[in-house]
Ligand binder design. Sequence first.
Ligand SMILES: Cc1cc2nc3c(=O)[nH]c(=O)nc-3n(C[C@H](O)[C@H](O)[C@H](O)COP(=O)(O)O)c2cc1C
Length: 119
Amino acid sequence: MAYNPLIKLAQEEAEKGELPEYEGDVDLSQYDTVFIGGPVWWGTYPQVMFTFFKKHRDDMKGKIVIPFTTHEGSGLANCVDDVKKAFPGANVMKGFSIYGHEVRTERAKVEKWLKGVEN
Ligand SMILES: Cc1cc2nc3c(=O)[nH]c(=O)nc-3n(C[C@H](O)[C@H](O)[C@H](O)COP(=O)(O)O)c2cc1C
């Protein structure tokens, strides 16, 4: 899909709070810690991720959840708050954000973040 129609579609989805279906799924029961990451679209994660959040709301109870984003200026935007709302029983940690255009060139930033997460 061309970029501009995608942006418009994503805006409509966000405004309407649509929950688009996705294919496949994960079994979260074997994990204590779950990283949740994606791009910032219109101030939060893409709506399809909210479909995942809704499906797994209860699975995340008691787990550590670590949100991260790629963005082009909004940083974490509303993502951490939205993850906290989506998983009331989870221990949601401080988030990490990185510019989308830095993802391939700023490996050190990601490594520094992950070192901090380990400790
Ligand atoms: C539909 C759409 C909405 C976006 N909204 C935002 C936004 O609100 N804030 C922001 O910083 N970046 C926004 N962006 C830029 C994306 O966050 C950026 O392209 C992405 O993090 C880079 O990953 P990608 O290569 O998967 O697109 C938006 C991009 C798209 C396609």
